[in-house]
Design a protein around this ligand. Structure first.
Ligand code: 3UK
Length: 546
């Protein structure tokens, strides 16, 4: 049996059988990790030891005033929290700990403390309700929680219904018994648990739309691999960079972009709770942020607000979570001068695997397989599709999908044949002759109308070019004759009216832009579109109302 620092082997024991694991490849020099690895030791202790101690790592606003914390101060705080976790709470390496908070400095310190103590972080989106939390607590057999005081109500409701949940400590509280009070009594030093590179350090639950949530299991090594792939080849940050953005730290897009990436490069991050497109721009301006991470819908809304802000500091923008329509890319570029870096990532893969540098952008494409990863478009028999032919996206690299005790493992990782070990993301893509990948839709979102396959996002991309359209979502609506028809739900910009002539105009506009049969036979005007906390359009909700 391979070395592990875990006394509690629940997570390891709940990994899929080896025969169902993804094939892992470590082809870059940066990815040659030693057998013993603790990701927090690399991201925090080593940065302090390497001379970054007095540099700022986390910035935020507290009561409207700028607050900054150095690498050394963060190390001190994470060490003390680790002392509380292993001391007062008597947690043992391998135990799972629920972590709940909006993006703020204590949330970041708690996450690092969990890593240091060899515990397994299960961070959850702030907006989850008790029922969803209970499923997660039960599935991952979680015994303890660190929770922001403002999320107490739902936390208590959830804990009450779970046998495994034994202790909850609250923070951003300051009161008696709070995490802050306890950590002040702990030493500023902590001996990091000597974890194996392959010890589990986090379980990220997917924001799946149906069925039981899936827990994706990641190792200490995976956290570093995400830092050493996309950032090194596409983002290329420097230590003076100031990161900011919207994705929750509970979402691996945010964990990487707003915590681990900045730390890997000795840079700093602005952690802000609940940002809107407008306050995100304000934050960039106030903190002179240089790198921004957010979802396509934010960039689209920010494009029209950029003129109200001074964004001279901003240099690079990363978009992920859903497809970036070319119309949005162009609007944002006209407004800000910045060529957005698009990237597709997945919770199963931990972070981005197809992306591009700003210089190597290609219109309509997500990018190419980034160094360290391989990507292919395959047909149902697993054979590569010719350039331009729609098929299923398959990827592999240093990270891959391992669901926590879940039969759906077999749906994500191919277990037999030529393509054994490749991950299937569930996306329909095409590839061109130069290896650029073009998103079509989720494979199960493809609209089939009168025998034609139609990708909703392509119709959306066409509609978004019309000056009256603020946002839109396109789905299949049931139809007696055609099986499904293309239905567009459209949010109009201020000053436009959603009436019959507008329906006609949008339909004619799409007919002129893409193949005739793809135009929306039904158009509904709506005030807003249903989205997840991570900015993804909830197509199933649009379909339900169709
Ligand atoms: C879709 C995209 C087109 C795609 C994520 C960056 O989104 C993330 O993880 P999730 O598990 O969802 C994965 C699915 O989302 N998607 C994401 N990015 C793009 N589609 N273009 C894109 N640029 O369907 C994918 O399979 O929520 C993104 C980093 C970490 C992440 N977890």
């Amino acid at each position: 049996m391979a070395y592990t620092a875990h006394a509690d082997t629940f997570a390891r024991d709940s990994l899929p059988p080896k025969s169902q694991w993804p094939d892992l490849t470590f082809e870059l020099p940066e990815l040659q990790y030693p057998g013993r690895l603790n990701c927090a030791a690399e991201l925090l202790d080593k940065m302090v030891a390497g001379g970054h101690g007095e540099r700022t790592v986390i910035r935020t606003l507290i009561d409207g005033k700028a607050y900054a914390c150095t690498y050394r101060q963060l190390l001190d705080r994470a060490n003390r929290i680790a002392g509380v976790l292993t001391g007062d709470m008597r947690l043992k390496p391998g135990n799972r700990v629920l972590l709940r908070a909006p993006n703020n400095p204590m949330m970041a310190a708690c996450w690092l403390a969990l890593m240091k103590a060899g515990l397994i972080a299960v961070a959850t989106m702030p907006l989850l309700r008790a029922k969803e939390l209970r499923q997660i607590i039960d599935k991952a057999e979680i015994g303890a929680a660190l929770c922001d005081l403002r999320l107490k109500e739902e936390m208590e409701l959830a804990a009450a219904g779970c046998r495994s949940m034994k202790q909850v400590l609250y923070f951003n509280d300051g009161g008696a018994g709070s995490l802050e009070q306890r950590l002040s009594a702990k030493p500023a030093a902590f001996a990091n648990v000597d974890t194996a590179a392959t010890d589990v350090c986090l379980i990220a639950f997917t924001s799946g739309t149906t069925g039981e949530p899936k827990g994706t299991v990641h190792f200490h090594r995976d956290v570093l691999a995400m830092c050493d792939c996309f950032p090194r080849s596409c983002l290329k940050p420097a230590q003076d960079d100031i990161f900011c953005g919207t994705p929750p730290l509970a979402f691996t897009f945010g964990l990487g972009g707003l915590l681990c990436f900045p730390m890997r490069f000795g840079a700093s991050t602005v952690l802000m709770e609940r940002l809107t497109p407008d306050t995100l721009l304000e934050t960039i301006e106030n903190f002179k942020a240089t790198i921004c991470f957010t979802a396509p819908t934010y960039y689209r809304q920010m494009a029209s607000l950029v003129k109200n802000h001074k964004l001279k500091s901003l240099k690079k923008c990363v978009s992920a979570g859903e497809a970036l329509p070319d119309a949005t890319r162009q609007l944002f570029k006209e407004a800000s001068g910045i060529e957005i870096i698009d990237g597709i990532g997945a919770t199963e893969m931990i972070h981005i695997f197809i992306s591009h540098t700003p210089e190597r952008v290609r219109r309509g494409a997500t990018g190419y397989a980034i160094p360290g990863y391989h990507a292919r478009v395959i047909d149902d028999a697993g054979r590569p599709c010719a350039p331009g032919v729609v098929g299923r996206l398959a990827v592999k690299g240093p990270t891959g999908c391992r669901y926590l005790a879940d039969a759906r493992q077999k749906d994500y990782v191919i277990c037999a044949g030529e393509m054994r070990g490749w991950n299937l993301t569930g996306d329909a893509y095409t590839m061109d002759a130069d290896g650029y990948f073009y998103y079509q839709s989720r494979t199960d979102d493809m609209i089939i109308s009168a025998g034609y396959n139609i990708a909703g996002p392509e119709v959306e991309a066409a509609l978004l070019q019309h000056p009256a359209v603020a946002e839109c979502g396109v789905v299949g609506a049931p139809d007696a004759e055609r099986g499904q028809i293309v239905k567009a739900c459209v949010v109009l910009k201020a000053g436009y009216t959603g009436n019959a002539p507008m329906v006609k105009e949008l339909q004619e506009f799409v007919k002129k832009t893409i193949a005739l049969y793809k135009y929306p036979r039904s158009v509904e005007f709506v005030a807003s579109l249903p989205r997840t906390e991570t900015g993804k359009l909830q197509r199933f909700k649009l379909r339900q109302s169709a």
